[in-house]
Write a protein that binds this ligand. Structure first.
Ligand SMILES: [Zn+2]
Length: 226
């Protein structure tokens, strides 16, 4: 995950528990607070989880924990710290930052915005337009110049979002519907990679080529094409 303080990709264990308790109602569910410190910036990150409450008894101790997590949410720090490079077109940038801003309040709203941005990019930038997002994703991952890490990440959106159970995500991408655990964050991560591939890298390559061409020209050599 990305540290919400410093945006560096880090691996947080969340092994430190404040508590894990059984719900008041007899649902078998429980909830807990977990925390860890970012190894890069030492910032505190607190996670709230819901899942099935289990107790393990041994002769020496009693260990309570949560299983089959149904909800996992960063409750501290409140804001999601993500940046978007200026190469990304304004309309996507604005919507992306909005999807980040609403994430701590509503993962549903954030995911709906992100799905819409994804569909917009597929339609406007990659000229892929079909009746459902799942089919558009299929067509996108079949493009031959898409790097495999990106096609796998985009493809995983369908599984993580459980499109089969939530058909509106597929046919009406901007619809605010239930999200799966980690889905909204995943969409933001994937959009960042997609921004990089679609807008940032091509722009930087073009700039680099321009500089090299100017050099070739000053050397009296033919310039590069294409
Ligand atoms: Zn950090």
């Amino acid at each position: 995950m990305k540290c919400p303080h410093c945006s560096v990709g880090v691996s947080l264990e969340f092994g430190k528990t404040v508590w894990a308790e059984k719900d008041v109602k007899e649902t078998g569910m429980g909830y807990g607070l977990f925390y860890d410190h970012c190894p890069e910036c030492a910032g505190l990150v607190v996670l709230f989880k819901r899942g099935y409450y289990k107790v393990e008894y041994t002769t020496r101790y009693e260990n309570n924990y949560l299983e089959d997590i149904t909800l996992e949410e960063i409750i501290y720090p409140k804001s999601v710290n993500r940046k978007v490079e200026t190469e990304v077109p304004e309309r996507y940038r604005k919507d992306f930052l909005e999807a980040c801003a609403v994430l701590p309040i509503s993962a549903k709203a954030s995911a709906a915005l992100s799905r819409r941005i994804l569909q917009d990019i597929l339609r406007e930038h990659f000229k892929i337009k079909d009746s459902s997002l799942a089919t558009e994703i299929e067509k996108f991952i079949a493009l031959k110049d898409v790097p495999s890490y990106l096609s796998q990440a985009v493809d995983a959106i369908r599984n993580i979002g459980n499109f089969a159970a939530h058909p509106l995500k597929d046919t009406n991408t901007g619809e605010v519907v239930e999200v799966e655990s980690g889905e909204a964050e995943w969409l933001l991560d994937v959009l960042e990679s997609l921004f990089d591939f679609a807008f940032i890298q091509p722009n930087r390559l073009a700039e680099r080529k321009k500089i090299l061409n100017e050099k070739l020209k000053s050397l009296g050599k033919p310039t590069m094409k294409g």
